[in-house]
Design a protein around this ligand. Structure first.
Ligand code: GDP
Length: 412
């Protein structure tokens, strides 16, 4: 799809979480919802969605690759795996280098847990724009508001609460969308193409919704001058302007949109995908990547454009049962073709690009080339290890890098 391929419509994201908070479940649900969008008209009625989901689960749609591509409403979302386990801190850092934004998933009962804190701080270090998804609101003891408070206390975050739950535990039936001031519920008649219904805000939550909407606008005014001005004037601010301000604040790292639901019960995933598209950056929104010339000193930059010379960073090596050694590369600038000669500027070695693959949840697609913003798996690289720069031999650059030991992960 041409539109989805445009750089402005690409979202390279990671999903970060403390172990057991629901990263895997959330990722699976994202793949499910993005995978069926083209046929959702046929299957979207309640039970049919579930049947389809069960089938998919039997076939085992889980991410085994370091990066997986899916499509959502004309956008390409690439999910880059960020290991949740604390032992993989080094790997987490490495993956944070190559993603443009992240969704932090929280267990609505446990709130902010130690590993989330670790990853959050690492993401601070790399200025990764982040939004939050408070998961497991169906669980006994879930408390959305406590979790939000913990984000402030433990993470020093600036939560922009965009939704509040309608009910928790067994009563968790939906969320209130504080931007549009309406209820999204997972019961009753669904919208065409969506698995939730849009309803009036329940009367008993009207006060709470008004209060949280006020808080949202106050926080937004604190972090965005344009909103501040109009807010002080007492002006009504249009939904599109609110959303644009949330996007600016998120990309600038000044605030973190917060959404909620229950991945396991399929509640909240579609609005979360909308938020990924609406608020997290495209490769064009992040600063040009910094590097040096091959002298290791002279500063250089590469802009995320296909008209720049090719540059990319190898961020993970996997051994695939069928394809052998695969090197995952984030392309930062230019275009690279399969079969072409590039240089590994970190090691000062020539390398030939073998086959280029685009990895999806349940299939891989061979491509003849890749361009700025893409995340690909490359076969045939002999000398390259993670953290190395690959680039156009005529225009070498060494992208800023970190030196790490080299783990090789076996994929079953
Ligand atoms: P990860 O370690 O962060 O990848 O967590 P998983 O996605 O594997 O989830 C850990 C456990 O929590 C699994 O048993 C999931 O079924 C369960 N789980 C995930 N999301 C939810 C949820 O929204 N509600 C409930 N009740 N359980 C969930």
């Amino acid at each position: 799809m041409a539109a989805a391929d445009a750089l402005a419509n690409v979202r390279n994201i990671g999903i970060m979480a403390h172990i057991d908070a629901g990263k895997t479940t959330t990722t699976e649900r994202i793949l499910f919802y993005t995978g069926i969008t083209y046929k959702i008209g046929e299957v979207h009625e309640g039970a049919a969605v579930m049947d389809w989901m069960e089938q998919e689960q039997e076939r085992g749609i889980t991410i085994t690759s370091a990066a997986t591509k899916c499509e959502w409403k004309g956008h390409t979302i690439q999910i880059i795996d960020t290991p949740g386990h604390v032992d993989f801190t080094v790997e987490v850092e490495r993956s944070l280098r190559v993603l443009d934004g992240a969704v932090a998933v929280y267990d609505g009962v446990a709130g902010v847990e130690p590993q989330t804190e670790n990853v959050w701080r690492q993401a601070d270090k790399y200025n990764v724009p982040r939004m939050c998804f408070v998961n497991k609101l169906d669980r006994t003891g879930a408390d959305f508001f406590r979790c939000v408070q913990m984000m402030i206390d433990r993470l020093n975050a600036t939560p922009l609460v965009l939704q509040i739950p309608i009910g928790t535990e067994a009563e968790h039936i939906g969320v209130i969308d504080l931007i549009n001031m309406r209820a999204l519920t997972w019961r009753g008649e669904t919208q065409k193409g969506e698995d939730y219904a849009i309803e009036e805000i329940p009367a008993e939550l009207a006060d709470s919704a008004a209060e949280w909407r006020e808080k949202l606008m106050e926080t937004l005014a604190d972090v965005d001058d344009a909103v501040m001005e109009r807010y002080l004037e007492g002006e009504e601010i249009a939904v599109e302007d609110i959303k644009a301000a949330i996007r600016r604040a998120t990309i600038a790292g000044k605030a973190n949109p917060v959404l909620c639901g229950s991945a396991f019960k399929n509640k909240g995933i579609q609005p979360m995908l909308d938020a990924v598209v609406d608020y997290l950056p495209s490769p064009l929104d992040i600063p040009a990547i910094e590097g040096t010339a091959t002298d290791g000193e002279t500063p250089m930059q590469r802009k995320p454009s296909t008209s720049e010379p090719f540059s990319g960073l190898a961020f993970k090596i996997q051994t695939d049962k069928h394809l052998g050694k695969l090197t995952y590369v984030r392309v930062y600038s230019g275009v690279v073709e399969s079969g072409s000669q590039v240089v590994n500027s970190t090691k000062d070695r020539k390398e030939r690009i073998g086959k280029i693959y685009q990895m999806h949840a349940n299939k891989r697609e061979e491509r003849s080339s890749a361009k700025a913003g893409d995340i690909i798996a490359v076969q045939g690289l002999k000398q390259t290890t993670t953290g190395d720069t690959l680039c156009d031999p005529a225009n070498p650059v060494i992208l800023e890098s970190m030196t790490f030991p080299e783990p090789v992960i076996e994929v079953a």
